[in-house]
Ligand binder design. Structure first.
Ligand code: COA
Length: 460
């Protein structure tokens, strides 16, 4: 069977940075530790006024193509995943292809282009589409370019404002990949939910607390579906578990829930039982596995008692050395980049994978042959979990990452500049804001054309 997976990854951050504890918290009169400790964020990335979802996507894809020595003819498919699109008809991938044609000989006229939408899970779905296209043998030897790109902006003073971010992740999906091979094992947790949506509006309507509950519920459902294919999961099965990371504090909750699930009925639970007792079992409280509505009606059903017991057990589990060690090795390394950039929506889970791979390289981890469990989530809502195996050659690919350099070079905004740049990207406001950085060797937005299309130029 042909091995298909991710052959190359490039990350492109917005060129501006908002320091959350240093600049945002004082302006909001809030404790900086709410951001650093509570949400787990140090900074957000923002696009300068000449940057947007197209420039970030095209800049990431351009670097990827240059580095891999690819010509347009080598690419049979360009899919962009975004929840920040500015056009209901013309897909962002056509703009990206137009940009790339400015700097490449040849064109993408025979590449299939599209745009994928399902909140933050869309890029994972686009990777899936590319995988299926190759496995079906319809790619004619060509690779697929999948790009996640978003300006994750919230309305000013929305609680989500602290979790904003902007960036793109370009991934090349190909046969005999050099980073990870994607497995066919996959699970879904999907339901019609109203937690985060943008009904014909730029900034989201968010029920933040509910969105966190839905994330966890759908992720748990996806894990159970995944296990129905792969068999039971165990914490030692995976070198890293990159999750969708709207902010690292969310992943802290998902990690704990996942660990509790994975160790149930294993020797790990037996060992921990001496310290914190065994996990509460639904049956002991008369609660069925299908949630409260499906539980029996006898007087023995104690849903509240079960939930309280679970909460207490989770608090105790969180304090054990076993959990700390697992979290520190398996989850923490996935959060390094996210802490500095905020939420990149569709790109976030792919940033988490990149962060883990970078950590492995820096720490000399022998990762080839080891597995990753990737947990994606999109509001609305759907979680998807699948396994990947890191392949030989991954170090060379990861060594080419320049994420650290890009992050270090970002312009550090004052709060007043942040307000201006937020307005500059607000579609409702007609604000002309001078850029604070100078584009160099990259695509830049140059203005609007006669039909309201956006125009771009490569600036040397
Ligand atoms: N020191 C340490 N921790 C602090 C703190 C302080 N001074 N102040 C607050 N915190 C902690 C809180 O206890 C909370 O952690 P917990 O959930 O583990 O208890 C965390 O920081 C966030 O604080 P909270 O008061 O809940 O923040 P908020 O009401 O401003 O909203 C979100 C947080 C996530 C709901 C909001 O940012 C949001 O709506 N985000 C967008 C939606 C989203 O990303 N959803 C995720 C699923 S996709």
């Amino acid at each position: 069977m042909t091995s298909v997976g991710i052959d190359a990854i490039e990350i492109r951050t917005g060129s501006l940075k908002l320091d959350l504890p240093g600049t945002f918290a004082p302006a909001k009169d809030e404790d900086p530790e709410k951001y650093t400790k509570g949400l787990g964020l140090n900074a957000s990335s923002f696009p300068d006024s000449y940057e947007d979802i197209v420039t970030m996507a095209a800049n990431a894809a351009h670097r990827l193509m240059e580095r891999k020595g690819l010509r347009p003819n080598d690419v049979g498919r360009i899919d962009v995943a975004t929840e920040s699109a500015f056009d209901n008809s013309k897909p962002v991938s056509t703009y990206v292809a137009g940009c790339l044609e400015q700097v490449n000989d040849g064109d993408f006229h025979h590449a299939n282009k599209g745009e994928r939408k399902f909140a933050c899970v869309a890029a994972t779905q686009a990777v899936d589409d590319a995988y299926n296209w190759i496995r079906a043998g319809r790619n004619r030897g060509r690779a697929a370019l999948v790009i996640a790109t978003d300006t994750a902006l919230y309305a000013r003073d929305d609680p989500g404002e602290a979790t904003q971010g902007a960036g793109a992740v370009a991934m090349l999906i190909d046969e005999d990949p050099s980073v990870v091979e994607i497995s066919t094992e996959q699970g879904y947790g999907s339901a019609d939910e109203t937690d985060f949506l943008k009904p014909q509006q730029q900034f989201p309507s968010v029920d933040g607390k509910r969105s966190m509950q839905v994330y966890l519920a759908r992720m748990r459902e996806a894990l159970e579906d995944f296990e129905s294919v792969s068999g039971d999961t165990h914490p030692d099965d995976y070198a890293y578990i990159p999750f969708h990371t709207p902010f690292p504090g969310m992943v802290r909750k998902a990690g704990l829930l996942g660990y509790r699930h994975m160790i149930r009925d294993t020797p790990v639970e037996d060992e921990l039982a001496e310290e914190i007792g065994r996990q509460p079992r639904r049956e002991a409280f008369g609660v069925s596995g299908q949630g409260p509505e499906a539980s029996g009606t006898s007087s023995h059903v104690d849903e509240a008692g079960y939930e309280e017991a679970v909460r207490e057990h989770m608090d105790a589990l969180k304090g054990t050395d076993a959990y700390h060690e697992w979290y520190g090795n398996t989850i923490e390394p996935t959060l390094t980049i996210s802490r500095e950039v905020g939420n990149w929506y569709t790109g976030s889970v792919h940033v988490a994978r990149a962060s883990a791979l970078q950590h492995a390289l820096e720490n000399g981890v022998d990762l080839a042959g080891q597995r990753l469990l990737v947990g994606s989530y999109g509001s609305g809502a759907q979680a998807e979990i699948h396994a990947e195996t890191v392949v030989d050659g991954w170090e060379e690919e990861v060594r080419a990452f320049d994420a650290d350099e890009q992050l270090a070079e970002r312009y550090d905004l004052s709060f007043e500049e942040y307000e201006e740049i937020h307005d500059a990207h607000n579609h409702e406001k007609d604000t002309d804001v001078d850029p604070v950085t100078v584009p160099e060797g990259e695509f830049a937005f140059t203005g609007w054309g006669r039909m309201g299309e956006r125009e771009y130029e490569y600036v040397n």
